[in-house]
Design a protein around this ligand. Structure first.
Ligand SMILES: Nc1nc2c(ncn2[C@@H]2O[C@H](COP(=O)(O)OP(=O)(O)OP(=O)(O)O)[C@@H](O)[C@H]2O)c(=O)[nH]1
Ligand SMILES: [Mg+2]
Length: 247
């Protein structure tokens, strides 16, 4: 299938949100233009207007589903809720802060829709990835470098972007992956378990930007720094544990 044909497919797109009222409207507008037949599940765990904006847009676009995740326990939890509610067997996760471009969604889905992969990773760190609109943060660059290197070593396959918010999979694959973490660490479970359980993993270059509004789930300033360090160590530990557990 060509990219244009992939863009017409009925897939499900899970958008986990926590306080994303600045970007949710543009995000949904661009997603529904890029993938007009996709179901878009907005799983909101915050208390701002994100869910109202999504619900308002759902009134004129039946493909949008706004879910207030009452007992939200973290991004991983929101993605689990999205998977359980998804109507289609091919789905993806996509961040609401417009760090990733909705226009890249057809390319992300292509290997899965074409039956070439069970998991597709939208990578920010391939030679073809467009980072021209991204201002690097030292800790995040070093953190990603360490995490990607360690995870690749642990699973025996070069994974260029473990923590990317842009990943697509089949329902069978995500059942076999069966991730457990409900916060950010589930991001590492997905590629690690996919490789170790013999699933086919594709990596496609995507463009990325700095967050276009709102506040990071990691917080800001000192809180953000501590959260990133803590999450980084948890990811390294989780990758090691998965490698040496019974899989
Ligand atoms: N439902 C829900 N969504 C979350 C939670 N934490 C983060 N998200 C969403 O998950 C996506 C990714 O989270 P971010 O906070 O952007 O994480 P990040 O990209 O590592 O951090 P930044 O670079 O600062 O953007 C965004 O759409 C968030 O709104 C949460 O606890 N619950
Ligand atoms: Mg983000």
């Amino acid at each position: 299938m060509t990219i244009d044909q992939v863009a017409q497919q009925k897939v499900s797109i899970i958008v986990a949100c926590l306080f994303e009222e600045d970007t949710i409207r543009e995000c949904l507008d661009r997603i529904t233009k890029a993938m007009p037949n996709a179901e878009v599940l907005v799983i909101h765990g915050g208390t701002d207007r994100t869910c109202e904006i999504a619900a308002e847009m759902a009134r004129t676009n039946a493909n949008i589903v706004a879910v207030r995740n009452e007992n939200d326990r973290g991004k991983g939890h929101a993605i689990q809720v999205g998977i359980a509610r998804a109507r289609n067997d091919i789905m993806c996760q996509f961040d609401a802060d417009l760090q990733f471009a909705p226009e890249d969604l057809p390319a992300l889905f292509a290997p899965v829709v074409n039956g070439e992969a069970d998991l597709s990773i939208g990578s920010r760190f391939m030679p073809e990835s467009d980072d021209s609109n991204y201002h690097f943060s030292f800790f995040r660059v070093v953190g990603n470098w360490v995490v990607n290197g360690w995870v690749s070593l642990m699973c025996g396959r070069r994974i260029t972007d473990v923590t990317t918010g842009s990943k697509a999979w089949t329902r069978d694959a995500i059942k076999r992956i069966d991730f457990k973490d409900v916060r950010f660490v589930y991001e590492v479970e997905i590629p690690m378990k996919a490789v170790l359980r013999g699933l086919r993993v594709a990596q496609v270059p995507v463009s990325y930007h700095n967050r276009q509004g709102g506040v990071s789930g990691h917080g800001t300033g000192w809180k953000e720094f501590k959260s990133i360090i803590r999450t980084g160590f948890k990811i390294l530990w989780t990758a090691t544990r998965i490698r040496f557990s019974s899989r």
